[in-house]
Ligand binder design. Structure first.
Ligand code: CMC
Length: 383
């Protein structure tokens, strides 16, 4: 009997030099740097550079990346057209997935020999930077379009985080909000072989192109057991309503054996290393917007759930209400995760391309024993 590792739990599949998750010490390192230190000190663009190049940028390298990012921020007419073909009731993750697919089809147009699809490392780094630059406008336009608003042109005088908020809301965000948003982007950027990154690596391992790998990763991220949880946390908050309703709500939810969104993690069993940093950002926002009831609900649900089940919050738990306070629609939360994780995904795609082996595991067959077509009677089969 084969030793099946359901969900590949505990299976080490390959090496990576991009990030290290250590549940024992409750730490997450990006290229060796603790994520908390990066979130507290760096602009997201510098962390993106680190992800792709292995080192933090010099001032000149950061300026160069920012110049390229600014040059590719605007929504192109082709991408806008692709989005506009979709109903406004389409889920924004489907919208983002379609937009990236359209960018891929446009940028790889003319490559007719499938053996050339994968591209060179230099081409793939350039493609990664362009996707990183393009995603904020796609996400921002998605939210605006659902609200019946026009797209807002990017601003060259604003850095990544401030410009992202500008394009979404059409007004300059307070520095406190920009800082919290920048931190969230850094915290979401990378997390080793999570489901969406692994999906991207599987697709890359067939020598398919970077865009196909990112489109697949977006599909994996959409699920509520992965990235969709930040959206789902807000549904939970909406259902509970107020802090004093936490205990009865939880009684019922646990009796129904529901999974409580924003809690639990496949790797971290004693708390997610990213939560304290995001919780601090959430506290700042609660104070900034004067919304103490959000913190009360957050704290009550956390303490009730942890004391009953011993299962701790993951990053989606503080980031959901933080994005809500910033003014993002609940449906936009997981696309924000995409805009951040594009850095980690593309770094993994490039790493996989550099030392590739086709990812093709085995399965243990448990279907019918061998049988033969001569015993097959169509009419009987249709009964
Ligand atoms: N609510 C209620 N029970 C839970 C939860 C939860 N959020 N998480 C785990 N459990 C229970 C689960 O029911 C099971 O109990 P039992 O052994 O009695 O059947 C036990 O804990 C082990 O759970 P599991 O689902 O087998 O553990 P896993 O490692 O496969 O799952 C998880 C990890 C993230 C899928 C799960 O904790 C979950 O569904 N959480 C809610 C969704 C969520 O917040 N997802 C975001 C994950 S972090 C961000 C990211 O990486 O995208």
């Amino acid at each position: 009997m084969a030793d099946i590792k359901k969900g590949l739990a505990g299976v080490v599949v390959d090496y990576t030099a991009i990030s290290k998750v250590n549940p024992e010490t409750n730490s997450l390192l990006y290229r060796g740097y603790p994520v908390q230190e990066l979130a507290a000190t760096q602009p997201f663009e510098a962390v993106a550079y680190l992800m792709w190049n292995g080192e933090l940028p010099t001032e000149q390298q950061l300026a160069d990346l920012r110049a390229t990012e600014r040059a590719h921020r605007a929504l192109t007419p082709e991408v806008k057209q692709a989005i506009d073909l979709l109903p406004t009731s389409a889920h924004p993750m489907d919208e983002v997935r379609t937009a990236v697919s359209a960018i891929g089809a446009t940028e790889t147009a003319g490559i007719t020999n499938v053996l050339d699809a994968v591209g060179t490392p230099e081409e793939n780094l350039e493609r990664s930077v362009r996707l990183f630059a393009a995603l904020p406008a796609i996400v921002a336009y998605g939210q605006r379009r659902r609200r019946g608003e026009e797209a807002v042109e990017p601003r060259d005088d604003l850095d990544y985080a401030a410009n992202f908020l500008w394009m979404t809301f059409g007004e300059e965000a307070d520095p406190v909000v920009v800082d919290a948003f920048n931190r969230s982007m850094i915290l979401y950027a990378e997390h080793s072989f999570n489901a969406s990154t692994f999906t991207a690596r599987v697709i890359t391992s067939t020598l398919s192109d970077l865009y196909s790998a990112v489109v697949g990763a977006i599909g994996a991220l959409k699920g509520p057991l992965h990235g969709g949880a930040n959206e789902a946390v807000l549904h939970v908050f909406d259902e509970i309503g107020t802090a004093d309703n936490v205990a009865p709500w939880l009684d019922e939810a646990l009796a129904e054996k529901r999974k409580i969104m924003g809690f639990g993690h496949r790797v971290y069993k004693r708390g997610d290393s990213r939560v304290p940093t995001m919780k601090t950002a959430l506290d700042t926002l609660v104070e900034h917007y004067d919304r103490p009831e959000v913190a009360a609900l957050y704290d009550n649900l956390e303490s009730e759930f942890v004391s009953r089940k011993g299962i701790y919050p993951n990053l989606d738990y503080p980031s959901g209400p933080a994005y809500n306070l910033m003014g993002f629609d609940t449906l936009t939360f997981t696309p924000l995760f995409v805009a951040s994780r594009i850095t980690g995904w593309t770094a993994h795609i490039i790493e996989q391309q550099g030392d590739n082996a086709l990812i093709r595991p085995l399965s243990e067959y448990n279907g019918p024993d061998e049988r033969h077509i001569e015993g097959y009677v169509p009419d009987a089969a249709n009964l």
